[in-house]
Design a protein around this ligand. Structure first.
Ligand SMILES: Nc1ncnc2c1ncn2[C@@H]1O[C@H](COP(=O)(O)OP(=O)(O)OP(=O)(O)O)[C@@H](O)[C@H]1O
Ligand SMILES: O=P(O)(O)OC[C@H]1O[C@H](OP(=O)(O)OP(=O)(O)O)[C@H](O)[C@@H]1O
Ligand SMILES: [Mg+2]
Length: 326
């Protein structure tokens, strides 16, 4: 790990599991090519377009510990792992941006056969009677120990004990190892296959992959500069992907129309309104309505163009990081 000292910016990227493929796509979208070292067992890589950045290929859970200890500057990982593994996560890291993949809910699920048990309050009743009848506490199988403790305390469920599960958690009730479970689910197929149901108020966390920054990492001038330029590309690509450039020549005052276009469609006249031709950048979904409206205002033609990047002087992603690292 001697490179740690000299490398200006280290970014941890999932090397396996469910997040791997989408994480690579996320960087590719921003025009960043993540290149792995030659061997399949090479756990270090680079970003072709950004010399000075080092990629650390790690598992999603290992990424969380490396962020917490400050061994890497940034990483892509699941919020569920962040919240479960790091007690003081908000002090140690900053969730810069949810990435729109790796969606999964951490849920409380009980046997479907428990027809009268629908809420956490019902669960507390079950827990009390279970204890009264058997003289022991109802068992919850999970690997999300801390999330479970926090959520059960918050919802007033106290008479239970956790049975740590390292895999196939959903099978624990049928196997007689626990009465209920807390686990992550996406499609719900595994829960259904095991005749389990989610309590009405049993969604503890709606998780997805996030771009996370470590507050504890060594943020020197070099690493800050690289982070700024990396986050600028990411923000510029996202802005471009979710926007369209709309141009039209309208009679009378372009300024007035630009103001109205902003109020009505959230369209920004990013190049000013110096001439009659107005250039707007508009959220994708509102673009057709904006075009209709511009024509009603007297425009003869409206052109709509997809954009590759919208770079801006103010980068909300970097601002968020800068607030934490000074
Ligand atoms: N259906 C799902 N089940 C489990 N995890 C999911 C699901 N959908 C998205 N994820 C996310 O993927 C993360 C990593 O899960 P995965 O099991 O793929 O990791 P892994 O590479 O096996 O890592 P580890 O070896 O640390 O368990 C989860 O913590 C969660 O944030
Ligand atoms: O709601 P579903 O779409 O059915 O997905 C949920 C299942 O997927 C995950 O297991 P995974 O396959 O990642 O195996 P693991 O527990 O070994 O990581 C998770 O632990 C659930 O068992
Ligand atoms: Mg796994």
């Amino acid at each position: 790990m001697s490179e740690t000292v000299t490398t200006p910016l280290i970014i941890a990227v999932p090397s396996k599991g469910r997040l791997q493929e989408n994480a690579a796509k996320f960087f590719a979208r921003a025009g960043l090519t993540v290149a792995q070292g030659r061997g399949a067992r090479d756990y270090r890589g680079t970003i072709q377009e950004m010399p000075g950045v080092e990629i650390a290929f790690l598992s999603a859970s290992e990424i969380v510990s490396q962020l917490a200890s400050g061994n890497v500057h940034m990483g892509v990982t699941g919020e569920d792992l962040v919240r479960e593994t790091v007690a003081d996560a908000d002090a140690r890291m900053e969730l810069l941006q949810p990435l729109g993949f790796g969606h999964a809910n951490v849920v409380v699920a009980v046997p479907q056969a428990w027809i009268d048990v629908k809420t956490m309050a019902d669960l507390e009743d079950v827990a009390a009677s279970y204890r009264a009848r058997r003289g022991e506490r109802m068992r919850v199988a999970t690997k999300y120990i801390h999330l479970t403790q926090r959520y059960f305390a918050k919802t007033g469920v106290t008479d239970y004990r956790i049975v740590e599960s390292l895999g196939a958690t959903e099978g624990a009730p049928a196997a007689g190892q626990a009465e209920l479970i807390v686990d992550i689910t996406t499609t719900g197929a595994t829960l259904r296959a095991n005749a389990l149901k989610i309590l009405d108020d049993g969604v503890m966390l709606e998780s997805q992959a996030n771009l996370v920054a470590s507050v504890k990492a060594d943020w020197n001038e070099g690493s800050k500069k690289l982070a700024r330029s990396l986050l600028a590309r990411i923000a510029a690509e996202e802005d471009a992907r979710t926007s369209r450039e709309v141009r039209a020549r309208i009679p009378y005052s372009a300024t007035m129309y630009a103001q109205q276009a902003e109020e009505l469609f959230k369209a920004r006249a990013i190049f000013g309104t110096g001439s009659e031709v107005v250039t707007l950048v508009c959220p994708v979904e509102r673009t057709p309505a904006l075009a209709d409206w511009l024509i009603m205002q007297g425009a003869k033609h409206v052109t709509v163009t997809a954009l590759d990047y919208v770079f801006s002087a103010v980068n909300p992603l970097y601002e968020k990081l800068a607030k934490r690292i000074g």
